[in-house]
Design a protein around this ligand. Structure first.
Ligand code: SF4
Length: 350
């Protein structure tokens, strides 16, 4: 049996039943693919279901407000993906007469759709022979063929795409693509792959050369940047002061508390003498630390956040993105995970 036939046969015996499988609807495939990027299936599944319930068609998605899309997306991270989806849905309505494209060349022009997603949607919905290469596929190919070029280098990407496109079963491209991704997720898993019962074990380079734990290879990521966020929790009876984040930084258009970012860790005493803090105050200040620094890891940044309660008047008009929100309405706002986790804990304790 060929590599592709082995993988497909394995898939037919072992695949999980998932709601986005067994459909050729490109809109549903698109929803699932974007939601599942860097998200585990168990975590992504409820999001997929909520999105499909709220926006059953691409027209519904395009008509929705960005705020409601971000609110549904809350907790998944990478919020630019949700914004890009909104733009893509609008483009489908405006440039494709509301018909979600199924060909690679049209798909790749939509916002937020890269080579991987375009290949997935086109092959799953119209059987276009484009190989998908995600983390699972990189791993299977690297181990089986003994490819040691780093998967995150441009040379590696070129080689892996070439190999993947040579292997694809052109008559059943969608099935093959789903099969190799599932094979990587379940059988040739990152740690402890089940080599003993693997149908590819006899010809697998890594298995034969004791290199399973060494492949695939990656070049080192550049060091993450450390940032220090000091959040001011300011309440006024049933209202709480919130900041809507602006563009050109993480969490665009999401809500958080008024923020003072500092170059280094700080504390109550240092904050009380910080000129940018004092500038916001209207009178004598009382500040209480509500939490020890919480580390929040993003793809290229480490956020160290401390929450302080401010029992003093604050000149909130100094910042146009600050607005009081009634506490019971907080749930309707899209917030970064760091903020909604804090709020949940804070209100439970109050
Ligand atoms: S033998 Fe092991 S390493 Fe090789 S393809 Fe199978 S599961 Fe992966």
């Amino acid at each position: 049996m060929s590599f592709a036939s082995e993988i497909i046969a394995w898939y037919c015996r072992n695949k999980r039943t998932l709601p986005w499988r067994d459909t050729s609807n490109p809109y549903i495939i698109w929803l699932s693919e974007i939601i599942l990027q860097q998200t585990r299936v168990e975590q992504g599944l409820p999001y997929f279901q909520r999105f499909l319930e709220n926006y059953p068609t691409v027209a519904d998605f395009a008509d929705a407000s960005e705020a409601s899309i971000l609110r549904l997306w809350q907790g998944l991270g990478y919020y630019s993906r949700a914004r890009n989806m909104h733009r893509a849905a609008k483009d489908v309505m405006e440039k494709h007469q509301g018909i979600f494209p199924i060909d690679y060349d049209s798909l790749i022009r939509l916002k937020g759709i890269g080579e991987y997603t375009a290949a997935a949607i086109s092959s799953f919905s119209s059987n276009e022979a484009r190989a998908v290469v995600d983390g699972n596929v990189f791993r299977v190919l690297a181990r089986y063929f003994g490819i040691s070029v780093p998967i995150n280098s441009s040379e590696g990407k070129k080689i892996f795409y070439q190999v993947a496109n040579e292997l694809i079963d052109k008559d059943q491209a969608g099935l093959y693509n789903q099969a190799i991704m599932e094979f990587g997720a379940l059988q040739c898993a990152p740690s402890r792959p089940n080599c003993a019962i693997c149908p590819l074990q006899l010809d697998c380079y890594a298995r034969k050369n004791d290199a399973v734990g060494l492949l695939p290879k990656k070049t080192k990521k550049k060091k993450s940047r450390d940032r220090y966020f000091n959040y001011l929790v300011i309440t006024d009876q049933e209202r709480i002061l919130m900041n809507k984040r602006g563009p050109k930084d993480i969490w665009e258009n999401l809500y958080e508390f008024p923020l003072l970012e500092t170059d280094a860790p700080t504390d109550v005493q240092k904050l009380l003498t910080d000129p940018s803090f004092l500038e916001l105050m209207e009178g004598p200040v009382q500040l209480t630390e509500l939490s020890r620094p919480k580390k929040h890891i993003l793809s290229h940044q480490n956020i160290y956040a401390v929450f302080y309660k401010l029992d003093s008047p604050i000149n909130h008009k100094k910042n146009s993105s600050w607005n009081y929100v009634i506490k019971k309405d907080l749930d309707t706002l899209a917030k970064p995970k760091l903020i909604f986790t804090f709020l949940k804990d804070y209100f439970n304790k109050l």
